[in-house]
Design a protein around this ligand. Structure first.
Ligand SMILES: Cc1cc2nc3c(=O)[nH]c(=O)nc-3n(C[C@H](O)[C@H](O)[C@H](O)COP(=O)(O)OP(=O)(O)OC[C@H]3O[C@@H](n4cnc5c(N)ncnc54)[C@H](O)[C@@H]3O)c2cc1C
Length: 390
């Protein structure tokens, strides 16, 4: 087979799945390729997925525009109505959706639910789905890129989009060299039933070992935990049975919601930082984790990816007389529009991770005093919250 498309997206993760229908609407011919199968997930299970996302109101609006938000089951979506953050030495700050004029600071969604909704949207759009594909090579030329598969098939594309995650093969094939930098931390995730109602509150504790513990509300009396812990501590948490893990997590969160009971199993994700010199090259654009890596302490990884997808789709929709989807002028426009929001989010998340890293006493006093001071300045607080909301 030697097919031709305007755009070939490599990677059917959440970001690739959101970009494909957004691009199909602009009249471009689109193929979505993944090394795994691009099949429906069973979202009708009773249990809760350990992997959850805090989806910002800005991302929710994008998902609504492509028709995916409407496909979510509302009983599996939990709003974060307020968020309380504690420093490692008595400082604290609280954000409230009500004060910021929002219905929710973010919406907590399970990966499985979000994926199922996006797959339904992709299936309704005019997108060629090519699963279980092993990419062998890409030949870049001035007029097109040719993707060669291990089974001998070839696709020509005016534009290749790398949505293939942090260790992006497409990025390497384009010669953009960057090694994700380990934080020396692993995010341990698990869900818990809690003794007391959370009332839509999210909790976050910066710990004096440099780690960050977050509890996000799930529907009813349940929470999802993301504990970004130094690797050795993370491993000890992952080795615990569910009773001991529940007791350790409840104690680390000062029993803010009473006793906890682990539901389902825990999982660990090594954390890495990635900053690239560029997110575009000849006939290439990178989106999602292929384009940037951030610490999950602000829960912004997938939101940045949805921002990439939304911006790239908008740039291609507004292409006017430019018929070539891979025209340098369009790719440069995309890169320019994403540079500032990505850099700003990386500076904030990486900066916070570093600020709370060292146990130096004077720095500890300063950072905790700083947090509490910001809490007393509503305008500054609002300014800090805006990028995360959008
Ligand atoms: C513990 C943890 C908690 C997080 N919590 C949040 C949160 O609350 N909110 C938030 O916004 N973000 C969060 N994130 C970040 C978020 O998970 C990622 O930013 C997001 O999943 C990236 O999506 P993606 O589609 O870019 O990449 P991926 O999800 O990695 O998808 C990549 C896809 O590409 C495919 N692929 C890879 N290589 C190839 C290849 N060679 N050929 C073909 N296909 C290929 C893969 O099969 C996969 O389908 C969290 C991250 C962690 C680790």
């Amino acid at each position: 087979m030697n097919a031709q498309y305007d755009v070939v997206i490599v990677g059917a993760g959440l970001v690739g799945l959101s970009l494909a229908p957004a691009l199909a609407r602009t009249g471009l011919s689109v193929a979505l390729v993944d090394r795994g199968s691009i099949s429906d997930v069973d979202s009708d299970t009773e249990g809760f997925d350990a992997r959850v996302y805090a989806v910002s109101p800005g991302s929710a609006a994008f998902l609504r525009a492509i028709g995916a938000w409407q496909a979510l089951r509302c009983e599996r979506v939990a709003p974060i109505e307020s968020m309380h953050v504690w420093g490692d030495g008595g400082g604290s700050i609280e954000f409230s959706a009500y004060d910021l004029g929002e219905r929710a600071l973010a919406w907590v969604l399970e990966e499985r639910e979000l994926r199922a909704a996006l797959l339904r949207t992709v299936r309704r759009a005019t997108v060629e789905l090519i699963g279980n594909a092993t990419l062998d090579a890409i030949a870049w030329s001035a007029s097109a890129a040719t993707l060669k598969l291990a089974d001998g098939n070839r696709f020509d594309a005016r534009l290749v989009i790398g949505a293939d995650g942090a260790r992006s093969w497409v990025r390497q094939a384009a010669g953009i060299v960057a090694e994700p930098k380990p934080y020396g931390q692993t995010a341990v995730v698990a869900n818990f039933a809690c003794e007391r109602a959370h009332h839509g509150r999210a909790f976050q504790w910066f710990r004096d070992d440099g780690g960050v513990l977050a509890w996000l509300p799930l529907p009813a009396r349940r929470i999802s935990m993301v504990w970004s812990a130094p690797d050795a501590l993370a491993q000890s948490l992952l080795d615990e049975n569910s009773e001991t893990l529940s007791a350790r997590v409840a104690a680390a969160g000062h029993h803010a919601l009473g006793a906890l009971e682990c539901i389902g199993s825990s999982a660990g994700f090594p954390l890495r930082f990635l900053r690239l010199p560029t997110s575009v090259a000849l006939r290439l654009a990178l989106v999602g984790d292929a384009a940037h890596g951030v610490h999950p302490l602000a829960g912004q990884g997938v939101n940045l990816g949805f921002g990439d997808a939304q911006t790239l789709a908008a740039v291609l929709a507004e292409r006017g007389p430019v018929s070539d989807a891979g025209a340098p002028v369009l790719l440069e426009r995309y890169a320019r529009r994403r540079a500032e929001p990505v850099l700003a989010m990386q500076a904030v998340t990486d900066g916070l991770a570093r600020l709370f890293g060292p146990p130096t006493p004077w720095l500890k006093s300063l950072r905790n005093a700083g947090i509490s001071a910001v809490d007393r300045l509503p305008l500054l607080k609002r300014a800090l919250a805006q990028p995360a909301l959008r």
